[in-house]
Design a binder for this molecule. Sequence first.
Ligand SMILES: CC(C)(COP(=O)(O)OP(=O)(O)OC[C@H]1O[C@@H](n2cnc3c(N)ncnc32)[C@H](O)[C@@H]1OP(=O)(O)O)[C@@H](O)C(=O)NCCC(=O)NCCS
Length: 168
Amino acid sequence: MEKTPKTVKESATVTHDIVHPGDANSYGIAFGGYLMGLLDKAACIAARRHCEGKVTTVGIDGVRFFRPAAVGAILDIKASINRVFNSSMEIGVKVTATPLEQTETFDVCHAYMTFAALDSNGKPTGIAPVIPETDDEKRRFAEAHIRRESRKKLKALYTGANTSPEKP
Ligand SMILES: CC(C)(COP(=O)(O)OP(=O)(O)OC[C@H]1O[C@@H](n2cnc3c(N)ncnc32)[C@H](O)[C@@H]1OP(=O)(O)O)[C@@H](O)C(=O)NCCC(=O)NCCS
């Protein structure tokens, strides 16, 4: 059955956190694994809102840590669906920080996370298309396709398989 398309903003998600000492490494800055957990949770919420069902993390690409966030910083985590493929979707996620006793915000890290939608048997299932509306959403939609094709080509280089667009 055809699933009803949704706009990006229908599932766009913003979550918040604060860096506590237990989230920091020995230099007093947010630990990478803690930040990855925040990215994964925000992406999961966006994915579930879009699919209205069960989802799971399949892969993570393009992780980049820009600047350290120290203990006390308030973090904003933004996630939105970049593109839906068949049973998978790419979600762009970014963390920004506002340090303790400051108002200036800066980028901490970002990633492109792929989630699959699962049916009641835990098998990948089709996802409703996403409709990009703004210029940024349209750019991310186009770039997500390039990333997917690049991933397939890289995999083919490793395995010597063909690069047919039909093969994941
Ligand atoms: C996700 C899972 C159900 C996929 O099952 P599978 O039989 O391997 O299914 P497929 O190979 O058809 O892959 C499913 C989708 O993921 C995509 N995919 C697979 N590997 C990928 C990767 N490395 N990066 C991005 N997308 C990937 C496929 O292209 C496919 O998407 P499409 O239908 O839109 O083309 C299975 O691998 C799984 O359960 N993994 C563990 C998930 C998990 O534990 N996550 C952490 C906790 S949330």
